[in-house]
Design a protein around this ligand. Structure first.
Ligand SMILES: Nc1c(NC[C@H](O)[C@H](O)[C@H](O)CO)[nH]c(=O)[nH]c1=O
Ligand SMILES: CC(=O)[C@@H](O)COP(=O)(O)O
Length: 160
């Protein structure tokens, strides 16, 4: 189902485990910071709404989405978290760089899920325009950060 046909922020709390005993790492790219901050706020709000505590949400900033890979590995190996949410916003420019950043970041995060026993949630917007990014980080299509937070809680419940 395309994002346009659903609201990314909607979830049924009755179907989600309580997050009070889970530790969350959130790695946030500084590229397109207005967008990534919106995603972070959406994720943080949803985690708290589902029972997480502020003390159990650890944040790490990285320069860009490509660095989410190393930042997530560092979060896994040093912060004793149950799950990581990797937040980024990649927006098409004039060149093929968009394709390489999106592909490498997706593959790198996938690799972390294979190499480590700590799930890493892919919360990276890959948009053609800034408006698409705005619409998916708290705009008319909701907030992909909230969607990622729910995925993180469900994955933490699986591994605990
Ligand atoms: N153009 C965007 C980037 N590019 C930067 C890369 O992510 C990386 O930081 C650089 O290549 C150095 O390794 N990053 C984004 O997150 N979003 C973009 O739109
Ligand atoms: C995703 C990118 O790296 C891109 O925004 C960079 O812009 P450009 O392709 O115009 O150099």
């Amino acid at each position: 189902m395309a994002t346009a046909n659903k609201n990314l922020s909607e979830y049924d709390k009755s179907t989600i485990p309580n997050a009070k005993n889970f530790r969350f790492g959130i790695v946030v790219s500084e590229w397109n910071a207005d967008i990534t901050e919106g995603l972070f706020k959406g994720a943080h709000k949803a985690l708290m709404d589902c029972g997480a505590t502020k003390e159990n949400i650890i944040r790490l900033n990285v320069p860009g989405s490509f660095e989410l890979i190393f930042g997530s590995k560092k979060m896994i190996t040093t912060q004793n978290v149950d799950v990581v949410i990797a937040i980024g916003s990649v927006i098409q420019g004039e060149t093929k760089h968009f394709d390489f950043v999106c592909s490498a970041t997706a593959q790198g995060i996938k690799d972390l899920n294979v190499l480590y026993d700590t799930p890493v949630i892919f919360c990276v917007l890959t948009d053609n325009t800034m408006q698409q990014a705005i619409d998916r980080s708290g705009g008319k299509h909701g907030n992909k950060g909230a969607e990622a937070a729910i995925a993180a809680i469900k994955m933490a419940a699986i591994i605990k």
